[in-house]
Design a protein around this ligand. Structure first.
Ligand SMILES: [Mn+2]
Length: 425
C-alpha cells in the first residue's frame, strides 16, 4: 500500500504549535551564531537504510509474536520501506538479506524500488543458519575446519555480490557467527587464519566501487569464543584485505559499558570505519529501539563522527548508516519510526556542539567547560528543528501520529492477513 498525497495533507499543514516552537528555537540558534539553513540541509541529507528483516516482528529463542500484516515477500518489504520514507523522509534505502530476499526479477524489483524512491544499501549474506545449502554451518562457515564448507560459504558470498550488482548495491556486509561453544573445540588461531583466507577470496570478487563491511560481535550464537569478537580483530582482517574493507560497528555488539565513541574515534583516525548498525541495548545484543536506553551515548558517538569528518580524517559520505534492530513486542514500523526519529534527534544535537569552544577547553585542560559544551548541546530540545527539516522535505509533522491516525497497520492486516509473517530473519 501507498499513502495518497490527499491522505497525508492533514499531517503536513502548518501547525501553530510547531510554528511557535520552531520560531523560538531558530531565534535562539541564530542568536548563537548558527546557520539554521545549513543545519536543516544536513538533517535533510542524512538518510538511514532499513534492513529487510526489521519489517517483521522479531523473535527470541522462546517464541515469536506476529504483529499481523507483515510483508510476505520482497515487493511488500519495499512497500513498507516506501511508507516509512513517505512519512519520515529519513530513509531511502533497503538492505537485503540473501537467501531470503533473492529477487525473482531483479529488473522489476529495481523498477519498483525506484518508483518508491528507494535504493539498495549493502547486501547481507547468511552463513549463520542452514537454509537449504548442501553442507552445514553448525561448526562454522568461513572459519570451518573443513575446506569444502569454507568453499561453500565463499561461493555464497560471491553469489550475494552478483545479486547486489544486479540491483545497484555497492556493499557487502559480512557478519560471521563463527566461533566455538567450549574450550578446546576450535583451534582459535587456525580459525582466524582460515577466516582471513576465505575473506580474501570474497574480497577478490568485490567490484572496485564496492566496499566490504566487516562486522564483529563478542559472543552469541557462540558463547566461548567468536572468531571476530571485536573491532581490533575486524580491523586486522580488513587491513590484510585492502582499502575497500572497513569495520562495521553494530551498537549492540559490545560488552556492557564499552566506550563505543572511543572505538568510533579510533577507527576514524585510521579511516577504517565502514558504517553503523543502529540499535540500543541494556545488556547485550538486545536489539532495542535506537535511543531508547542510552541516548547520551548515541549523542557522544555522533560527536566523534562529526568531529572526525570535520577534521578531515574520514569523510562523512564514506560512512554507511543502517538500523539493525528487530523487536519482538513492538509494531516493527512504529519501532522504525521511533528509531529514525531518535537518530535524527541525536545527530541534530551533535550538530549544535560548539566545536571551537570544545577545542579550546580540551587544549586548556578545562574539563568542566568541556562537559558544559557537550551538555549545552545535548540538553537543547532540537525536535522543532528535526520536524522543520522533515516538513521541508515533504514528510509529515509527526510520523508516529500519522501512522496511527491513518490506521496503517490495520490496513496492512486487512490487505495481507492477520497471520502474515515476514519471510527471513
Ligand atoms: Mn548488525
Amino acid at each position: 500500500m501507498k499513502i495518497s498525497q490527499a491522505q497525508l495533507e492533514s499531517f503536513i499543514t502548518i501547525d501553530p504549535q510547531h510554528s511557535k516552537s520552531w520560531d523560538r528555537l531558530s531565534d535562539q540558534l541564530n542568536w548563537e551564531g548558527k546557520d539554521v539553513e545549513v543545519l536543516i540541509a544536513k538533517i535533510q541529507q542524512f538518510q538511514i537504510a532499513v534492513p529487510s528483516w526489521a519489517l517483521g516482528a522479531g523473535g527470541t529463542r522462546f517464541g515469536r509474536f506476529s504483529i499481523g500484516g507483515e510483508p510476505r515477500n520482497l515487493d511488500e518489504k519495499l512497500e513498507d520501506i516506501g511508507l516509512l520514507a513517505q512519512l519520515t523522509k529519513k530513509t531511502d534505502a533497503v538492505s537485503l538479506h540473501i537467501p531470503w530476499d533473492i529477487p525473482e526479477d531483479p529488473k522489476a524489483i529495481k523498477q519498483k524500488a525506484s518508483e518508491l524512491g528507494i535504493g539498495f544499501d549493502a547486501m547481507n549474506s547468511n552463513t549463520f543458519q542452514d537454509y537449504g545449502q548442501e553442507l552445514s554451518y553448525k561448526f562454522g562457515s568461513l572459519s570451518n575446519a573443513d575446506p569444502s564448507v569454507r568453499r561453500q560459504a565463499v561461493e555464497h558470498n560471491l553469489h550475494v555480490i552478483e545479486i547486489g550488482k544486479s540491483l545497484g548495491s555497492k556493499g557487502l556486509t559480512v557478519w560471521l557467527a563463527d566461533g566455538s561453544n567450549f574450550p578446546g573445540q576450535a583451534n582459535i588461531r587456525k580459525a582466524l587464519d582460515w577466516t582471513g583466507q576465505s575473506l580474501k577470496e570474497i574480497y577478490s570478487g568485490l567490484p572496485s566501487d564496492w566496499k566490504l563491511l566487516l562486522e564483529y560481535k563478542p559472543y552469541e550464537p557462540n558463547f566461548y569464543h567468536t572468531v571476530i569478537p571485536d573491532w581490533g580483530t575486524s580491523a586486522l582482517l580488513c587491513r590484510e584485505l585492502g582499502e575497500q574493507a572497513k569495520v562495521l560497528v553494530d551498537l549492540g555488539h559490545h560488552l556492557p559499558n564499552t566506550n563505543i565513541e572511543q572505538i568510533v574515534a579510533t577507527l576514524m583516525y585510521q579511516n577504517m570505519l565502514a558504517g553503523f548498525h543502529f540499535n540500543d541495548s541494556k545488556y547485550g545484543d538486545d536489539d532495542l529501539s535506537t535511543g531508547s536506553v542510552k541516548p547520551y551515548q548515541l549523542f557522544l558517538i555522533f560527536n566523534e563522527l562529526i568531529g572526525g569528518s570535520e577534521d578531515g580524517v574520514q569523510s562523512w559520505e564514506s560512512i554507511s548508516w543502517m538500523i539493525d534492530a528487530s523487536h519482538n513486542t513492538k509494531d516493527p514500523l512504529e519501532d522504525l519510526i521511533q528509531a529514525l526519529e531518535a537518530i535524527a534527534v541525536s545527530y541534530a544535537k551533535a550538530l549544535l556542539i560548539d566545536r571551537i569552544k570544545l577545542h579550546e577547553c580540551q587544549m586548556g585542560g578545562d574539563l568542566v567547560g568541556a562537559q558544559e559544551v557537550l551538555q549545552e548541546a545535548f540538553l537543547t530540545d532540537v525536535r522543532p528543528l528535526v520536524r522543520e527539516a522533515r516538513l521541508r522535505s515533504g514528510g509529515v509533522l509527526s510520523p508516529l501520529e500519522a501512522f496511527r491516525k491513518l490506521n496503517i497497520r490495520e490496513k496492512l492486516v486487512s490487505e495481507r492477513g492477520r497471520s502474515a509473517q515476514a519471510t527471513g530473519l
